[in-house]
Design a protein around this ligand. Structure first.
Ligand SMILES: Cc1cc2nc3c(=O)[nH]c(=O)nc-3n(C[C@H](O)[C@H](O)[C@H](O)COP(=O)(O)OP(=O)(O)OC[C@H]3O[C@@H](n4cnc5c(N)ncnc54)[C@H](O)[C@@H]3O)c2cc1C
Length: 590
């Protein structure tokens, strides 16, 4: 969401004729930042920095910030306290107040840029996507944020230049041009910290759920040499299939002629070359559900030469304008978001859209990497990284099934095929301070579904063998999707692993205790309330909860609080919240 809001702000600044540069932390290189910051030209001097960020995980900086070269630079101890003296900062945090460490990331960023590096705090607003805390919901905060930022930058409404009407396409983004660059490519990159995609191969790609089970879950092994720890993830950058590219070209036939021609990308004065085919395959997220910004940009890029169609064209323009610009997002939600309509389907329905080659990079959403928890452990004998991937396929009111881009890309990769990846060191199991770990002997592991991935890595890791581990795992059927069931059963009978393995299956009918069916992990935890209470309260165990976001993490938290309460602990919800604050209760949910 931060990217979308940043682009919305940028759109508004652009139409208000306020020059600026929009970059994601992980895209701007140290060289580019230093050039900007140390420029001698007073016209281009960096005076205002706007930072928009969500909070990820349990109060952490998002990975693109954490791993970026410039963040590593700003964290350096040798930077002077007045490094950002004279630079105005505007912060917009995006968070969900249902999470305990609400808006933690934007506070970390403010601490660094203002309190440590001497920047000038002009504004800090906090959006709560649950709409209850902070400065309010997106709809309430965003117009306010844009207005205040603009007023500060231009010095009030009287000073403001005229707003350029929305029907004029203006872009600051990268442009595409047929042919070679006029000058030699000017891309420079001296950042030793910018991490590159690592080329590798698929070793194994096996389905680990039964063929007749509704969900395909894969165990995928990737050739790897780099060290990793339990809790680390691998980023994968998927690409579009040839059939998707052909579908796009059928809908935008005027672009077909350029498919394999050399194209020059110009972005902030720097040039590189590419082909349209490369962009369609690797860059443009053709099957994604477009954000409102997409419509803000394309609504007027519709045309027809047929006189009889002029009225329909007007209606189409009106409709797409509303999807992008209307204060009320009802129509957008109903037509685009709820049915998860893809860009290709929108191009089909609105056949007057003619995307100009020049602005494709500005208009089309870009494919983002997806993260997957590594599910094995790294040893000198076996360095390869294993992923456990639930292939995403679901239905909406539309006829065609929706397919997750990355999971279906992974599903189709055969052993021996090439893949590019990055390792993210998230330190999930290492973030507990040594003094908290002192004396801890027990670990409570809770992981329904593919949440088992990081947990399995933890169980297999030699370093954690000595802990007494109790695992609560949940799936639908014992016979169909009990992921790694045989392996975990074997490990639980091997004393070296110190593992107690408990399972429940929501669709099996035989697990009824005291007339109540044990469906989900929270039911099983409740059934074993005394045991769980002993682990948490008497043995001071560490809790790890991994799996899909949504209802499950909240349900588990409520259940744990109820278990404590049942055993006489007062303010049990606060007790659980304290465990989270102290990193004794760690969640990795997605
Ligand atoms: C730290 C971390 C670790 C992760 N580890 C794992 C892991 O080990 N294994 C794993 O399988 N995944 C894991 N994920 C999730 C993974 O990154 C991807 O988000 C997931 O695989 C989907 O990617 P995709 O490209 O196939 O789907 P996309 O094309 O990105 O589509 C996903 C979108 O589809 C929509 N959607 C999904 N289901 C429905 C539905 N039923 N109804 C309506 N809309 C729906 C949602 O809007 C969702 O955002 C992890 C994520 C994070 C952040």
């Amino acid at each position: 969401m931060s990217e979308e809001l940043a682009q919305k702000l940028s759109y508004n600044l652009l139409h208000s004729q306020i020059p600026h540069l929009l970059k994601s932390f992980d895209v701007i290189t140290l060289t580019q930042f230093k050039q900007l910051y140390t420029t001698n030209s007073s016209e281009n001097k960096l005076e205002n920095i706007i930072i928009i960020s969500s909070t990820s995980g349990q109060g952490e900086l998002p990975t693109p910030i954490k791993n970026s070269a410039i963040w590593q630079f700003f964290k350096r101890k040798d930077l002077p306290n007045d490094f950002f003296a004279g630079v105005n900062f505007y912060f917009l945090g995006i968070g969900d107040s249902l999470y305990l460490k609400f808006q933690h990331a934007i506070r970390i960023l403010k601490l660094r840029f203002i309190d440590r590096l001497g920047g000038n705090l002009k504004l800090k607003l906090e959006i709560d996507i649950s709409g209850m805390k902070g400065s309010g919901s997106v709809e309430m905060v965003m117009p306010q944020f844009i207005k205040i930022v603009k007023d500060y930058i231009v010095g009030g409404e009287e000073e403001a230049k005229e707003y350029i009407k929305d029907d004029i396409y203006i872009s600051m983004g990268p442009t595409l041009k047929l042919g070679k660059p006029e000058k030699e490519s000017t891309i420079t990159n001296d950042d030793s910290t910018v991490d590159e995609w690592i080329p590798s191969k698929i070793i194994l790609n096996d389905r680990i759920t039964k063929e007749d089970h509704f969900q395909d879950v894969r165990c995928i092994l990737i050739e790897n040499e780099l060290e990793f720890k339990p809790g680390d993830t691998i980023s994968i950058l998927p690409s579009n299939e040839e059939s998707t590219i052909n579908e796009f070209l059928k809908l935008q036939p005027h672009l077909k002629q350029y498919l394999n021609d050399e194209l020059t990308i110009t972005d902030n004065g720097e040039t590189t070359t590419t082909t349209l085919h490369y962009l369609l395959q690797n860059k443009f997220d053709l099957t994604s559900v477009p954000k409102r910004l997409f419509f803000m940009k394309i609504w007027n890029l519709q045309e027809t030469e047929n006189e009889d169609e002029i009225e329909i064209l007007k209606q189409h323009k009106q409709k797409l304008y509303e999807f992008g610009h209307s204060d009320d997002d009802y129509d957008y939600l109903e037509y685009v978001y709820r049915p998860r309509r893809s860009i290709l389907e929108i191009l089909y329905d609105f056949s007057f859209i003619k995307l100009p080659l020049k602005y494709l990079l500005d208009i089309m959403p870009i494919i983002r990497p997806r993260q997957y928890s590594i599910s094995n452990s790294f040893t000198e004998e076996n360095k390869n990284a294993e992923l456990t991937v639930a292939i995403l396929e679901y239905e909406t009111l539309l006829f065609k099934k929706r397919l997750g881009l990355c999971t279906n890309y992974l599903k189709n990769l055969k052993p021996g095929q090439e893949i590019k990846y990055k390792i993210n060191h998230l330190h999930l199991f290492e973030k507990i301070e040594p003094f908290i770990m002192e004396g801890v002997e027990d670990i409570l592991l809770i992981s329904p579904g593919v949440g088992i991935a990081p947990i399995k890595s933890f169980i297999l890791e030699g370093e954690y063998m000595d802990f007494n581990k109790t695992l609560y795992f949940g799936s639908r059927f014992a016979s169909k999707d009990k992921l790694y069931g045989d392996l975990l059963t074997t490990l639980s009978t091997n004393k070296d692993y110190n593992l107690i393995y408990k399972c429940c299956h929501s669709r099996d009918r035989d697990n009824v205790i005291d007339g109540k069916q044990i469906k989900y992990v929270q039911d099983l935890l409740w059934k074993e309330a005394d045991y769980v209470y002993d682990l948490i309260f008497n043995k001071n165990c560490i809790i790890y909860l991994c799996g899909s976001a949504g209802q499950m993490p909240t349900q588990v938290k409520i259940t744990l609080a109820s278990i404590l309460e049942k055993n006489g602990v007062q303010n049990s919800s606060e007790y659980i919240n304290d465990l989270i604050k102290q990193d004794r209760f760690i969640q990795e949910t997605w």
